[in-house]
Every structure is written in C-alpha cells, then in structure tokens.
Ligand binder design. Structure first.
Ligand SMILES: [Zn+2]
Length: 136
C-alpha cells in the first residue's frame, strides 16, 4: 500500500507537469533592437533584452533596417528568459504593433504586384521591394 501511494503521487506530478507544458507560449513583445554583436533582440518594457532566433527568412526580416526600433510582437517558443525562437515566417509569427493595431509585415513590388515575405529584390523584375505593413 505504501508503494502504491508513492506511485500515485508520481503519476499526479507527471500529469501536472505535462498539463503545464501544453499551455501555449505567450508571445514576446518589445522594441526591435540589436545586440553589440549585431544579433536581433527585443527590448521589453521591463528592461530585459530577449535575443531572437529563427529561420533564414525570419532573420532577414529582423535584419531589415526599416524595421529597426518598431514595437514587435513575436510568436514562437521561449528558449529561456533571454532567448526566443520565432516561429516560421509563413505563419505570420511577427507583427508590428502601431497605434494599437497589429500589422503584418510583407514586401510589395509595385511594378509586378507581387508580395513577398522577405525583404530584398523582387524575384520578377529585380527592383527593390517596398516594406508594406498592413492591418491584419
Ligand atoms: Zn517586380
């Protein structure tokens, strides 16, 4: 009986642990800045710096000078108190917060009417695309 009790307690602890792990991660919010060695980070309101990680496309957006200093909300996975992995770009894991609105980040070529998710030259006409922030 004594052994049974211990086992039940362990099971309860496990169940509690997994239930806790299933809660969706909260997004990280802050001002887009840069670490001394040039890595993108969020400066939170409470004065913390959270280094941002992500795939190549995500990093190219975070690297865009036109977005420097914007208020950003990112969705993904917290890797600790000061590190955050931004989710895939096609899931719109990054939003710009401006005037109480949430804006999606994309890049627009006027000539070809083509929308891209990453900055740089238009794949069609090779002109530089324009940053286009749109309401969700
Ligand atoms: Zn084009």
């Amino acid at each position: 009986m004594k052994g049974m009790g211990r086992r039940t307690l362990l099971l309860l602890l496990c169940a509690f642990g997994s239930a806790k792990g299933e809660t969706p991660p909260r997004p990280a919010k802050g001002k887009l800045g840069r670490s001394p060695d040039g890595k993108p980070l969020l400066e939170t309101k409470d004065g913390r710096s959270i280094l941002l990680e992500g795939d190549v496309d995500t990093l190219s957006v975070l690297d865009d000078e036109r977005l420097a200093g914007v208020e950003l909300e990112v969705f993904g996975k917290s890797l600790g108190p000061d590190r955050f992995e931004v989710g895939p770009i096609y899931r719109k894991s990054m939003l710009v917060l401006r005037d109480g609105k949430r804006l999606t980040i994309s890049y627009w070529c006027d000539l070809c009417s083509i929308r891209n998710y990453t900055p740089g030259k238009c794949q069609c006409c090779q002109e530089e695309t324009a940053l286009d922030l749109r309401e969700e």
